[in-house]
Design a protein around this ligand. Structure first.
Ligand SMILES: NC(=O)c1ccc[n+]([C@@H]2O[C@H](COP(=O)([O-])OP(=O)(O)OC[C@H]3O[C@@H](n4cnc5c(N)ncnc54)[C@H](OP(=O)(O)O)[C@@H]3O)[C@@H](O)[C@H]2O)c1
Length: 246
């Protein structure tokens, strides 16, 4: 196996790992990497349980709390992870806040909160890990967007805007670090069955061409395929059951 495909020595940080998609990515990634930082916001229990499960499978893991609304916390998280597990080679900025609201009801504070969590924090995490990745000549960054970035979606204007902005962020960063062995990509899922799903999965499935909502494991499969590949960078991948062809 080539150096690029072999993640066996690598340490990954997955944010939003107490949630549906993040935990699925951790489980799938644990088959490939040396260790995983399982980052969560306020739900310690599932993150601690997941870290224990990964450790029992023979890989290093630890759960780390981090409130992504706080501008200092992302940098502190990387410091904490690197002190315990070593340098972060793979960053999956997957956490996200999604509060369903009409545009008339989103005030400045609500808008700023969503942008802080969904956009500023991924940037601060990437900014903090990139120098080490470039120095080591290897790095993977994956941002978690949404089909809402393309279509507006059914959550809120601030949510759609925050996800669309991640695409611009990835494009800006990817072109600057590509020659140093660092890839930067984006995944844009459609409806996926997690706690974030805004409504009954059976009803929502009717709006999806394949006739069902997605499984977190399907998103995780694609995430890991992207992370394993050193020749994919500066791309936005949709995984949405055919909702938005492009
Ligand atoms: N499910 C879908 O249909 C869908 C579709 C498109 C995109 N996505 C995206 O996929 C990603 C994962 O979502 P999910 O579906 O797995 O939802 P989920 O199960 O609700 O997970 C959301 C995760 O984000 C974390 N989070 C939220 N606010 C945070 C904060 N202030 N600081 C730190 N962590 C915070 C949560 O941590 P705690 O619970 O520990 O606070 C949780 O781990 C999100 O970026 C979401 O926008 C989801």
């Amino acid at each position: 196996m080539s150096e690029e495909l072999d993640l066996a020595r690598r340490i990954a940080l997955v944010t939003g790992a107490s949630g549906g998609i993040g935990s699925a990515i951790c489980r799938r990634l644990a088959q490939d990497v040396a260790g995983i930082a399982v980052a969560y916001g306020s739900n310690a229990e599932p993150a601690e349980a997941l870290a224990a499960e990964i450790v029992s499978g023979g890989r290093a893991a630890q759960a780390f709390a981090c409130d992504m609304a706080d501008s200092v916390a992302p940098g502190q998280l990387i410091d904490d992870v690197e002190a315990v597990l070593g340098p972060v080679d793979i960053l999956v900025a997957n956490h996200g806040v999604a509060r369903q609201a009409r545009y008339e009801d989103v005030d400045a504070a609500a808008f700023d909160h969503t942008l802080a969590v969904n956009l500023r924090a991924p940037f601060l995490l990437a900014r903090r890990v990139l120098p080490g990745m470039r120095e080591r000549g290897f790095g993977r960054i994956l941002f978690m967007s949404s089909v809402a970035a393309f279509r507006g979606g059914i959550i809120s204007p601030d949510y759609a805007a925050s996800k669309a902005a991640l695409h611009g962020l990835a494009h800006f960063l990817a072109s600057r670090v590509a020659a140093d062995g660092v890839t930067v990509n984006v995944l844009a899922p459609g409806l996926v069955e997690t706690a974030m799903l805004p409504g009954d999965p059976q009803q929502l499935a009717k709006t999806t061409p394949v006739g069902r909502v997605g499984h977190p494991a399907e998103v995780a499969d694609l995430a890991v395929a992207i992370l394993r590949n050193g020749y994919i960078t500066n791309q936005v991948f949709s995984i949405d059951g055919g909702t938005y062809p492009r």
